[in-house]
Design a binder for this molecule. Structure first.
Ligand code: S3P
Length: 424
């Protein structure tokens, strides 16, 4: 389905609730599945990616029921041999986290993915899992992954990339391994797995980028999943760039390993404020107020902040086209390994709209402020985050734009257009 971004509004105004966090939804269903007892998950994401995790867990014998907006997950803490291939769809998080769990089971399993996921690198998990004694077959270090369940042993692993998926994979394998598993990362990636495991009673400790875990039995989970900062990012940028806009985004996860976008919007001179904060199951949650900000400035975005805003870089690039001066994004080469090569696809599509934007090997350079043109067709490359970022660009284009294959937003955010209509 192609979508035309209409110019039928003046500004964005009002209060919205953003749908539940995708990363937390994956972890809630996966960790509940290996906990003994009945877990209750309120506010599970309606995105296709978390649904892939749910179906994989069901195919491993876990009982999952939905009633009145709650998911009830009943498990005896032990998974059963699947009778089919475990289909992770488009979801890297499903494949990489489940590989960690399945490596230490007493049965064999096969994880498959769609065309995009089958092109994404799996060496980053196969390598540490193999060091733990795992037996993972692959298609030249890509999915499908054939996992021969076996006994694992703990390792001391130092990862060269700051990836929460790799970290979570190793920690989850560590839950089924003999001895202690230690994971060290070059700089902090999102830590939802660690927080949730700790809340569920795992034997886990974290200090200075080093996490240690031992075999543990998990207690069932009770969680109310907060709004997704990565989905809120599109609304934050839209309100900053569309004149006269003022919105409040309610109940958003503000974990410091996720909200680099808030820091950089402040540095760029954007009008953004956190209204209230509370602790929900170890995660910080709050409301965000954002207003149109006319005089934002380009900045350099690099170093330790990159993993905390990795999924927001396409929409931050849109924002940078509306800032005065140069924005330089560096040290983000892993963007090339996402649902599309997000360095190349973001640059090529924003260029079509008239942006002054160039790619580098590990990032993007944008010069602004540019009045974007429109009256063109852009590609989403079947990448949900690129599709939504282009929609935001479309809001400030002189003319309408057409985005190809817009239905891919359903991967993380099926409610996207409906929520925008509410604010118009
Ligand atoms: C995710 C981690 C990030 C992120 C992805 C979700 C997660 O990937 O890009 O959208 O839920 O753990 P990496 O761990 O590969 O950086």
């Amino acid at each position: 389905m192609d979508l035309t971004v209409k110019k039928d509004f003046k500004c964005l105004n009002g209060e919205i609730f953003i749908p539940p966090d995708k990363s937390l939804s994956h972890r809630a269903i996966i960790l509940s599945s290996i906990a003994k007892g009945r877990s209750v998950i309120k506010n599970f994401s309606k995105g296709k990616d978390p649904f892939s995790s749910l179906i994989v867990c069901k195919n491993l014998g876990v009982n999952i029921e939905e009633k009145d907006g709650f998911l009830f997950v009943t498990s005896n803490g032990i998974l059963s041999k699947p009778l089919c291939y475990l289909d992770c769809g488009n979801s890297g998080t499903t494949m990489r986290l489940m590989a960690g769990i399945l490596a230490g089971q007493n049965f064999n399993s096969t994880l498959i993915g769609d065309e995009s996921l089958s092109k994404r690198p799996m060496k980053r998990i196969i390598e540490p899992l193999s060091l733990m004694g795992a037996k993972v077959g692959s298609d030249n270090l890509h999915a499908p992954l054939n996992i021969l369940g076996t006994e694992l042993h703990g390792i001391d692993y130092e990862s060269k990339i700051a990836s929460a998926q790799v970290k979570s994979c190793v920690l989850l394998a560590g839950m089924f391994a003999e001895g202690t598993t230690t994971f060290k990362e070059i700089c902090p990636s999102r830590n939802h797995t660690e927080i949730m495991l700790k809340n569920m009673g795992a034997n886990i400790s974290c200090k200075n980028n080093v996490t240690t875990i031992e075999k543990s039995e998990l207690k069932p989970l009770e969680i109310d999943i907060c709004g997704d900062i990565s989905s809120a990012a599109y609304f934050i940028v839209a309100a900053l760039v569309v004149p006269y806009s003022k919105i409040i985004i309610k109940n958003i996860g503000l974990n410091s390993t996720r909200c680099g976008i808030i820091k950089i919007v402040k540095q760029m001179g954007g009008n953004i404020e956190i209204l209230e904060r509370k602790d929900v199951c170890g995660e910080i949650v709050g409301d965000i107020k954002v207003e149109y900000s006319e005089n934002m400035k380009g900045i350099e975005i690099s170093g330790e902040i990159i993993p905390t805003l990795i999924d927001e870089i396409p929409v931050i690039s849109v924002l940078a086209t509306q800032c005065d001066g140069q924005t330089t994004i560096k040290g983000a080469s892993d963007l090339r390994n996402k649902e599309s090569d997000r360095i190349t696809t973001t640059v090529s599509e924003l260029k079509k709209l008239g942006a002054n934007i160039e790619e580098t090997s590990d990032g993007i350079i944008i010069s602004g402020k540019t009045k974007l043109n429109g009256a063109v067709k852009v590609e989403s490359y079947k990448d949900h985050r690129l599709a939504m970022s282009l929609y935001i660009a479309g809001l400030v284009c002189k003319k309408e734009i057409l985005i190809k294959d817009f239905e891919w937003v359903n991967i993380s955010f099926p409610e996207f257009v409906e929520l925008f209509e509410k604010l118009k």
